[in-house]
Design a protein around this ligand. Structure first.
Ligand SMILES: C[S@@+](CC[C@H](N)C(=O)[O-])C[C@H]1O[C@@H](n2cnc3c(N)ncnc32)[C@H](O)[C@@H]1O
Length: 323
């Protein structure tokens, strides 16, 4: 397969998003066990392992290719790094099976890695013509983006494009997709989809993003069910932390950030029930102290070095002592 993954473009080494800030909040120099729920290329994990010889990391990813790459990259840390192919929503059982009892920090750097987006074969990007797959775990038996466009109704495709891609022309694009499959020409490749979207929405100014950008993002989120049960994951991760343990989440999508923000507020004791509800039913409890009142975002230098970081938002909290 063709990939430019270890590089962050223009020959620069891959630099993880908000690395300095992540390390400040996770404080790995104290040592202990950390769970990197989205180990990807292993940039954040490498920094954790380098910060203390007493630090160990369980690195989770859905993507076998990422785990192969990262196991090689981090081999020098020996058994201080353990790779697990799984969905991070299984964090409870992963930690239980690892036999670790005291978790010092949990990191989730959500979304896709450059390994995936720069792959010429996995269908995440319209820069390469490839089967329209987009699964983070292509061996997982779940439906591909092409399956989704073949099976879902026009209304559902439009909803996905509008909600996950904020695509204003979602209904028009969905109509074109369904008309195409009804003509016996289902969308099976990245190029076919990018061309269809371009034809459906017409002219775009040369300096705008590619007209298919939002459609590709929306499909990726839907195929990988990226927003599903994210709130429960945040709660489960925080419940695993020992007192003063840290949780750090980096998101790239406003819906993702909203879920994390609300869940962290709920777990810091702020009721998240709708206004005028007589009795709180959201389960607000004081389990954490927020370390970020507002999300931390990359500065201009970081965005210049890594343009994909521009929409990143980091939120962090600290586990309080158990009552
Ligand atoms: C933004 S990248 C992480 C990059 C990483 N922090 C680094 O420094 O290289 C996100 C990674 O999370 C993985 N991922 C996304 N959702 C996941 C899930 N639900 N469970 C496990 N891994 C997931 C993706 O396969 C991808 O490799």
């Amino acid at each position: 397969m063709v990939m430019a993954a270890p590089l962050g473009g223009k020959g620069a080494p891959h630099r993880p998003v908000l690395l300095t800030e992540t390390m400040q909040f996770l404080a790995p120099a104290r040592g202990g066990v950390f769970v990197d729920c989205t180990v990807g290329l292993g940039g954040h994990t490498e920094a954790i392992l380098e910060s203390s010889t007493e630090a160990r990391v369980i690195g989770i990813d859905l993507d076998e290719e990422a785990l192969d790459y990262v196991s090689n990259r981090l081999a020098r840390f020996g058994n201080r790094f353990r790779a697990v192919q799984s969905n991070f929503r299984e964090i409870n059982s992963i930690v239980e099976e690892s036999g670790e009892k005291q978790i010092q920090g949990v990191l989730a750097d959500l979304g896709v890695s450059s390994l995936q987006i720069d792959s010429a074969t996995r269908g995440f990007s319209f820069r390469f013509d490839a089967p329209l797959d987009m699964r983070m775990n292509p061996t997982g038996g779940t439906e591909t983006a092409a399956d989704l466009l073949l099976q879902e109704s026009e209304t559902e495709i439009a909803r996905i494009l509008f909600e996950y891609g904020e695509e204003r022309r979602s209904r028009r694009i969905a109509k074109w997709i369904v008309e195409s499959r009804e003509r016996g020409e289902p969308i099976r490749t990245t190029k076919a989809l990018a061309d269809l979207v371009q034809r459906a929405v017409g002219y775009s100014k040369p300096r705008d993003i590619h007209p298919a950008t939002r459609t590709f993002q929306a499909l990726r989120i839907a195929v990988n069910r990226e927003l599903a049960e994210l709130d429960q994951f945040v709660g489960a991760a925080i419940d695993l932390l020992q007192p003063d343990g840290r949780f750090v989440a980096i998101s790239f999508h406003s819906l993702e950030d909203r879920i994390i923000k609300q869940e962290l507020r709920r777990l810091s004791g702020y009721c998240q029930c709708p206004p005028r509800v007589p009795v709180c039913s959201c389960g607000a409890r004081r389990a954490v102290e927020l370390l970020t009142r507002r999300p931390v975002v990359p500065d201009d230098t970081q965005i210049a070095q890594n343009p994909r970081a521009r929409s990143a938002k980091l939120r962090a909290c600290r586990r309080l002592s158990l009552p």
